[in-house]
Design a protein around this ligand. Structure first.
Ligand code: SAM
Length: 293
């Protein structure tokens, strides 16, 4: 197996294939020998669990995932990596690379096609320019994952694990915590990548709740509310939601009142339970979200 944490090997591969690292595609590849095995260890619960990887790069993480799981399906956008992966993943019969933009993949359909009934987890060193959209894309879909373990920029990791209702939280924080718990596993300094980015990173794991918090339909509705609300988070919730969802101000004010919130509350102050109640109240005037308090 080619050692992709060895700088000489990485430079030689890039040179032989005339490969230039694309900043635009977030191509900062891991070169720290301890990080990929740790992601595989935290992320893969058993050999039977399949792995969806997003963004292979030269395959440094893919190799470790393939050592720990019976089946890995990796989605990579940059076709220039094809001849390189042919070398670095040679002999790994349990890996399939799908040359696609992850944002154009339907996650639920992808899991059915690639993994059938096998349980699947996500492990990835995400391209930073598109971290939130990728997580939203996974969390908004009907796909069921055993867990999602991803490297993201340190600040993004902190935001994803922040308490809903605090200033640090955002729409994607709510999307994550509507589906599961998020934990920050470990920090990774910028020197662990080649080329080194200007920021530090961290690995987080999202573990879905054993019992979903709400129905898929309710989830879609609350995510629509969350996106509209966080788009104008500093405004009052009344103004953010009436503007973002094209609703009458009176309707939003009534719904907020049904959740015990006054007219001046800002959207970013609402906690998870209130977001669910508010969505129900906007839907039918009662704050019964179907969630046990
Ligand atoms: N896993 C490798 C590693 O850890 O060294 C590479 C990680 S690098 C941060 C992100 C990878 O995602 C790059 O290989 C990049 O080409 C790929 N990528 C960027 N945008 C993508 C997209 N929309 N869909 C799929 N892959 C993408």
């Amino acid at each position: 197996m080619l050692d992709l944490t060895d700088m000489q090997t990485v430079r030689a591969l890039a040179k032989r294939h005339a490969f230039s690292f694309s900043k635009g595609l977030g191509q900062n590849f891991l070169i720290d020998p301890e990080v990929c095995p740790a992601i595989a260890e935290y992320g893969i619960p058993s050999r039977e669990c399949g792995v969806l990887e997003i963004g292979t790069g030269f395959g440094v993480l893919t190799q470790q995932l393939a050592l720990q799981s019976e089946q890995v399906a990796a989605v990579e956008l940059d076709r220039r990596l094809e001849p390189i992966l042919a070398e670095t993943l040679r002999g790994f019969e349990n890996v399939t690379v799908i040359w696609q933009d992850i944002m154009k993949v339907d996650p639920a359909e992808f899991l059915r096609e690639q993994f059938g009934t096998r349980e699947v987890c996500v492990c990835a060193n995400l391209p930073y320019y598109i971290t939130s959209p990728i997580l939203m894309h996974l969390l908004e879909s009907d796909a069921v994952f055993r867990s999602i373990t991803v490297m993201v920029q340190k600040e993004a990791a902190e935001r994803l694990c922040a308490k809903i209702g605090s200033r640090a939280a955002g729409a994607v924080t709510a999307a994550v915590q509507l589906r599961g718990t998020a934990e920050l596993l470990f920090h990774v300094p910028r020197e662990s990548f080649y080329p080194a980015p200007k920021v530090d990173s961290a690995v987080i794991r999202i573990t879905p709740y054993a019992e979903p918090l709400c129905t898929p339909e309710m989830l879609r509705n609350v995510l629509a509310v969350v996106k509209a609300g966080f788009a104008q988070r500093r405004k009052t919730a009344v103004n953010a939601l009436s503007g973002g969802l094209s609703l009458e101000k009176e309707q939003v004010t009534r719904a907020l009142a049904a959740c015990g919130c006054g007219e001046t509350v800002r959207f970013e102050q609402l906690d998870l339970e209130t977001l669910l109640k508010l969505t129900a109240a906007l839907r039918d005037g009662t704050a019964d979200s179907g969630i046990a308090p």
